[in-house]
Design a binder for this molecule. Structure first.
Ligand code: SF4
Ligand code: SF4
Ligand code: SF4
Length: 450
């Protein structure tokens, strides 16, 4: 029996008791404080985190967030390994995912920011990081980084998922999965294992994938059409088209500015917009830009100016549709679902609410995984139906049902965390990338056995 199994449901913090509700409330509040000041839906929401970041000499609140996130993963990883560190798979996996977070999720963006370059989070690619294939986003980064995001999103990661399963990313690289596996480990058993929740999961995660595909298609189509009409349009319409192009360009340069330079830039943007558009329009749409500038948050200001660029386009249904879908997705999916609910509900619904029900990357890599080589091999007629594997599956997979039926587990949602195999008292389960082998044939290749 592995450490930690016996008292899982005895601690109020792990059994939806008062402490768990309190923890959920605190997490949700933190994420609301993080996201709401950024949103065009709540432009006057006070930004309390940026001053804290400034007091700590961090260039933006996102780097403060990155710092807290990394600390949570290091501390959570320590406790996770105290419980499950007897497994080599968990030791290597935990050290890897925490290192990726510290290096690519915090130190590199911080170093780039200090050097006056745009913050780049190289381990987050499309569609998880949904704007990484947007023309304006790609244009704002160095060519090598743009090529990396295109190649990793469309080629490298799907190929790796086919070969090794989506665990290569979801349990070894992705910071969202990393937080779940470390800080969230004590709550992993809270995921709903019912067939009903599996059905909801399939509709919901693929629904978000459809949305992200639609949004990406619209934004790319709009970018192409904008670049085509800038030179052609004339008169008042032409002025708005030119202003939109100018603002989109300005958005790409904002990340390089120091906090003190943002307010003067916001002022010059106001003048540019006032010269072209009616004052009532200007009043509404410039507020998020000025709030971000006052807070000294260049990333938020860049995003607000990008939204403004969409907003000023004249009578283009494509531009308006792209701007609307992007704004709705950014708020409801990117912030409320993945952040507020995704982490905030750890203590009540388990650690993979977002991974399971919302992440479009999980949907794509899951489809590829189903066609690929990764599976959880089941030793025939060995299962004693103790249920540990199902209880500890954070993705809500009823592993016991497969083991009892002598069936290998091939589920799109499995993130290959390996916990089901780790807690099995009979050694029934084994994560593998090997093609099926016959008796006497060598089983091996690149796999960390557990
Ligand atoms: S499911 Fe999505 S958010 Fe979760 S670990 Fe995988 S890629 Fe990251
Ligand atoms: S089936 Fe096993 S390896 Fe897959 S997510 Fe569940 S516990 Fe992790
Ligand atoms: S596979 Fe192992 S952990 Fe799962 S029910 Fe069977 S014996 Fe228990």
């Amino acid at each position: 029996m592995q450490a930690g199994l016996l008292d899982t449901w005895k601690r109020p913090s792990r059994a939806r008791g008062a402490i768990a509700w309190l923890a959920a409330g605190l997490l949700i509040s933190f994420y609301l404080l993080l996201y709401l000041p950024e949103s065009t839906f709540t432009p006057n929401f006070p930004d309390v985190l940026s001053p804290i970041a400034a007091a700590l000499h961090l260039p933006s609140k996102w780097l403060l967030y990155g710092l807290l996130y990394s600390i949570a993963m290091v501390v959570g990883g320590f406790f996770m390994l105290r419980r499950h560190g007897s497994s080599r798979y968990h030791r290597i996996r935990t050290v890897t995912v925490v290192t990726v977070q510290i290096v690519l999720g915090f130190s590199l963006p911080l170093a780039l920011k200090i050097a006056g370059k745009p913050e780049l989070y190289l381990s987050y690619v499309w569609p998880l990081s949904y704007d990484k294939l947007f023309p304006d986003t790609l244009a704002a980064m160095p060519a090598a980084a743009a090529l990396w995001f295109i190649f990793a999103s469309l080629v490298l990661f799907p190929v790796l998922a086919w070969r090794y399963g989506k665990r290569f990313y979801c349990s070894w690289v992705c910071g969202c999965g990393g937080l779940a596996e470390t800080f969230g480990d004590g709550w992993r058993h809270l995921s709903d294992k019912s067939t009903k929740s599996w059905r909801i999961e399939q509709w919901s995660v693929h629904g978000v994938l459809v949305l992200v595909l639609l949004m990406t298609g619209l934004v790319i189509a709009d970018g192409v059409s904008r670049s085509g009409v800038v030179g052609a349009a004339g008169g008042a319409e032409g002025a708005r088209v030119a202003l939109s192009a100018q603002l989109a360009l300005e958005a790409t340069t904002l990340a390089e500015l120091a906090a003190a330079e943002l307010a003067p830039r916001a002022e010059s943007i106001r003048r540019e917009v006032e010269a072209t558009l009616p004052p009532t329009w200007v009043l509404d749409k410039l507020a998020p830009v000025e709030v971000a500038a006052t807070a000294g948050d260049a990333a938020a200001m860049a995003s607000a100016v990008e939204d403004l660029a969409y907003g000023v386009m004249p009578g283009s249904p494509l531009g308006r549709a792209a701007g609307t879908v992007k704004g709705l997705y950014a708020f409801f999916i990117g912030a409320m679902f993945s952040g507020v609910a995704g982490v905030g509900l750890y203590p009540l619904m388990g650690t993979r609410v977002w991974c399971r029900f919302g992440c479009p990357m999980a949907a794509i890599l899951g489809l590829v995984q189903k066609l690929g080589r990764f599976r959880i091999a089941v030793k025939k007629d060995m299962c004693i139906s103790c249920g540990n594997c199902s209880a500890y599956c954070e993705m809500g997979i009823d592993v016991r049902a497969y083991a009892m039926a002598n069936l290998d587990v091939r589920r799109a949602s499995c993130v290959g965390c390996g916990m089901c195999a780790h807690v099995c008292p009979r050694g029934v389960l084994r994560l593998t990338n090997d093609a099926d082998v016959g008796p006497g044939q060598r089983v091996g290749e690149w796999v960390v056995e557990i």
